[in-house]
Design a binder for this molecule. Structure first.
Ligand code: LMR
Length: 332
């Protein structure tokens, strides 16, 4: 009898077992692959595969290919998808209203102030608040500061009056648009291009990387670099799924996430800068840098949003944010 035959069979069975033992993680998001979030999720997928030596395969689905932003969160909670990186605005509608503090206009001047929250104890405590919702918060990934666009120039506050602006589903963002006389229109990210093209809305707000990669420059004649609010992400997993992973594998994934977070936060600004260069080069959208006075007028007009929405988000959370940022809406 050929002694190698049973041995080969055993090896094949082991290989099959190993294949069967591979854990698939579906990671869904709504933006293009060549954005800070798109690139960071690919980076995570690669490192997860390497560090777990193939035990985990992360499949990344960009551009709302799996779920639109309105559907993502419930799909994660039900376990149909294992990981997401929704924008921080998406946690308010889930009932964790503290996250809406990130939507407050002019809350952060720069990423140093932002990271004092997202990379510190306040950010960690906020992620922990997702656990009763069946969600494990893993990290914060940057995108950047939002700018307004429309088909007419946006210079003075009066220019926003009566215009319909698409926003994410956030009570704070609704107030932000109302504070400047605009009409807020909540809509899924995947529908924005068409809504701009058909005139369902007049304008929108987003970091330039989203503006550029969704080709909004084709359907918006004017972009004003207002940098009036922050848009970033929390990377999250279905908690039951995450907790059930073998401890060694979970540790390797945590390491992959740590590395992906460093990468994400390193490339975010670069990606937005490249996108802005792309928009300018396209010649389709006029890019306007507001004067100091014009930007201050916008800041002043939006300051009442902070007062009006304090009770919704919670005084304590806001105080923690103001401590980190030095922003005082009563002193404008
Ligand atoms: C949006 O809906 O505008 C953003 O949340 C999209 C994103 O994920 O960056």
């Amino acid at each position: 009898m050929n002694v190698f035959r049973p041995l080969a069979g055993l090896l094949l069975a082991c290989a099959a077992l190993a294949v069967n033992a591979q854990t698939i993680i579906k990671f869904s998001h709504v933006v293009a692959a060549d954005t800070p979030k798109g690139k960071a999720s690919e980076f995570f997928a690669k490192r997860a595969g390497e560090l777990t030596k193939g035990k985990v395969k992360v499949e990344v689905y960009p551009n709302s290919a799996l779920y639109k932003d309105g559907e993502e969160m419930s799909s994660l909670q039900m376990g149909s998808v294992q990981m997401l990186a929704p924008s921080l605005a998406k946690f308010g509608p889930l009932g964790v209203k503290e996250f809406e503090a990130f939507d407050f206009p002019f809350m952060f001047d720069d990423t140093t102030e932002l990271h004092a929250i997202t990379q510190g104890p306040v950010g960690a405590a906020m992620l922990a608040k997702l656990e009763p919702k069946g969600i494990k918060g893993l990290a914060y990934w940057d995108n950047g500061f939002k700018s307004f666009s429309a088909n007419a120039p946006l210079k003075s506050v009066a220019d926003y009056k009566g215009k319909k602006f698409r926003i994410q589903s956030s009570k704070v963002l609704e107030e932000e648009i109302r504070s400047i006389g605009g009409i807020p229109q909540v809509m899924a990210f995947s529908e924005v291009y068409q809504a701009l093209q058909t005139g369902v809305v007049d304008g929108t707000e987003n970091p330039i990387s989203n503006f550029w990669t969704q080709k909004m420059h084709e359907v918006q004649k004017h972009l004003t670099l207002t940098n009036h609010g922050y848009l970033g992400y929390a990377v999250i997993a279905n908690k039951k799924f995450w907790d059930a992973l073998p401890a060694d594998v979970r540790g390797q994934l945590e390491q992959a996430m740590k590395e992906a977070t460093v990468y994400a936060n390193k490339i975010a600004q670069e990606e937005n800068d490249l996108s802005l260069a792309g928009v300018k080069k396209s010649g389709k959208t006029t890019v306007y840098e507001p004067t100091k006075d014009e930007r201050f007028a916008l800041k002043k007009a939006m300051a009442p949003v902070h007062i009006k929405m304090t009770d919704r988000v919670g005084k304590e959370t806001l105080q923690e944010f103001y401590k980190a940022t030095g922003f005082d809406p009563t002193k404008l």
